[in-house]
Design a protein. Structure first.
Length: 373
């Protein structure tokens, strides 16, 4: 009975993960972060089938090698998650050649396995010593990469400026939660494995591991549909070339109405002056769904939420520079008054929007004003 339940959960999780990986890896010109997450999901979910394949299919050469690749694929989990987070927060679209080194443990293990088999020997990792070293090394590698990825996300979330690919810090918090969740799964799995090595009969607890992995895959599937912008899963284009949200239900006429309502709200209420403003708060104030508001900003303003808000803040600063009643405030104070969290965020976004630093723009404005006088 235990074996049947164990296999059922494994196949359910692997099937859902395979479907999700196809979603991530299908399409044209898919993003780097989407590729990395898709490959991770593929190996992570198919890894659920390792126990079944080892017990029932390794007598067949094809499945034996498939099992070997999946088993060594455990060395890809950590690097893939870390690199996904790295390219997400850095907004880099091109894979750095030096980052291929992160996959060297997987490549080395596969190479040793092939060489050992070709010279007529058994599996390289059938050696107790080699297997022990590989397993302990895997534990260190996965925990190191996952902790590093969590640290990167936390550091990114706490920095004053927001990355253009992320629309809400809550999305980053959810990614942190997910990474912590799967890290706990790893710890549980490694603990059970070590208890078995010490002779304890705790094999049945692997059912809990398979169950939590399956829950994790379904959780990731659910959230990837709710926050497609994080995973770059927004697909399709309308006839006028603007991105559309699949099955969003928002008609163009309503979107235009929301756009006008949003513009009036921003000009009248000036919510951007709140340094902690979120898209959820704006959506609540306007009484529309966050998803529709995100769609309107992306499609009709060709920006994400934070870029949209920062444009208003920059324009506010420009107006204050030109207004004599703000002469008693320095430029940094103007930036804070307009809603920027820090001097760094102010200078960075001001130059990004205008092409000039705040002081350069002010000097240019003063020269123009003198010429007009």
């Amino acid at each position: 009975m235990f074996e049947q339940v164990f296999q059922f959960i494994s196949f359910i999780g692997a099937g859902q993960g395979l479907i999700l990986s196809i979603v991530f890896l299908s399409g044209k010109n898919i993003s780097l972060t989407r590729k990395l997450m898709g490959i991770f999901i593929l190996f992570f979910s198919l890894g659920l089938l390792e126990p079944y394949m080892e017990a029932n299919l390794t007598q067949y050469p094809f499945f034996k090698w498939t099992f070997t690749v999946l088993a060594l694929g455990n060395f890809l989990y950590g690097p893939l998650i870390y690199l996904f987070v790295y390219y997400l927060v850095k907004s880099q679209r091109t894979f750095r050649s030096s980052h291929y080194l992160h996959f060297s443990p997987f490549a080395l293990g596969l190479t040793l396995e092939i060489i050992t088999v070709l010279i007529g020997g058994n599996s390289f990792f059938e050696s107790d010593l080699a297997g022990f070293i590989a397993f302990e090394g895997l534990i260190i590698q996965i925990l190191f990469y996952n902790i590093l990825a969590i640290w990167l996300l936390r550091k990114y979330r706490n920095q004053p400026t927001q990355n253009e690919n992320i629309h809400n810090s809550k999305d980053i918090q959810w990614l942190e939660f997910f990474l912590i969740f799967i890290t706990c799964i790893y710890v549980l799995s490694f603990t059970i494995s070590h208890l078995i090595i010490f002779g304890l009969e705790v094999n049945k607890f692997y059912l809990l591991v398979q169950l939590t992995i399956t829950v994790g895959i379904y959780l990731l599937s659910y959230k990837s549909m709710l926050i497609p912008e994080v995973f770059n899963l927004k697909t399709g284009h309308s006839k006028n070339g603007m991105k559309k949200y699949e099955r969003s239900g928002l008609k163009e006429e309503k979107a235009i109405s929301y756009r006008e309502q949003l513009t009036q709200y921003m000009n009248k209420e000036k919510p951007y002056r709140n340094p902690n403003i979120t898209i959820d708060q704006v959506a609540k104030d306007m009484e529309i769904s966050r998803h529709h508001l995100t769609q309107v900003i992306n499609e009709h303003f060709n920006k994400n939420f934070y870029a949209f808000v920062n444009d208003y803040r920059v324009e506010e600063v420009k107006q204050m520079i030109m207004d004599d009643k703000f002469n008693h405030l320095n430029l940094s104070a103007l930036g804070l008054e307009a809603g920027f969290k820090s001097k760094t965020a102010f200078n960075t976004n001001f130059k990004k929007v205008t092409g000039l630093t705040p002081s350069e723009w002010k000097n240019q404005h003063n020269k123009t004003s003198k010429i007009q006088l």
